[in-house]
Design a protein around this ligand. Sequence first.
Ligand code: ADP
Ligand code: ADP
Length: 227
Amino acid sequence: DVMIEARDAVRSFGQTPALRGATVAVAPGEILAIMGPSGSGKSTLLHCLAGILVPDSGEIHFDGRRLDTMDEAARSALRRDRFGFVFQFGQLVPELTAEENVALPLLLGGVRRDAALRQARPWFGRLGLDGLERRRSGELSGGQAQRVALARGLVTSPKVLFADEPTGSLDSLTGEQVMDQMVGAAREHGTTVVLVTHEARVAAYADRHVMVRDGKVAALTPERVLS
Ligand code: ADP
Ligand code: ADP
């Protein structure tokens, strides 16, 4: 049973090969960590799986559908409706409040403002952010901002959450709190998680990890780290 997979994905940027035939499959509800050295192609693989980038060749499958042959409008709709995203530096809109940032994916999906804010609010309690709803995002601490980013990634109840170095900008204790909450929320909702990290400590939260080297998925470790 496969939720999302790349089959022999190849992608270059100009003369720079980023992926040279990467194959990986993620099961429904699985938390997969993509590891590997800097520049090995982890982010490019994540972006291909998430329909942000299209591979030059190879296939991307999501929930029985070919993602790589869809046009940009269809991929954009799929990302909006089925995927959530968390990046290394939260990438919140600093002028908006925390709750407006969390509500943003809903607003972009056409949900009315009051309904979107109502749907955003429970995440503040769930992620230990009570009282920060109206704070401007630019005034949040790093850990708070990353939890707001996590709430924004989860607010649409995505099938797949893509996280690219989600703790990369945090100290280790704050990073562990964010990972605890990401994994807790994913387990609770059955969300599939594809996580890019170069930190073994972060990868330890995953069910399974794969290593990317020189644009290929080099090794598969079948053992379940948690559970
Ligand atoms: P990682 O996430 O493992 O650090 P990346 O997927 O970001 O690796 O990058 C793989 C290779 O592709 C690197 O050589 C990187 O510089 C290059 N690359 C990635 N994205 C781009 C881009 N948008 N334009 C040019 N080169 C890129
Ligand atoms: P990470 O690998 O931690 O995700 P990077 O700083 O490598 O972050 O990349 C951030 C963004 O810049 C990504 O969208 C990536 O595709 C792009 N990128 C990476 N390397 C290059 C590059 N050499 N030239 C242009 N864009 C790049």
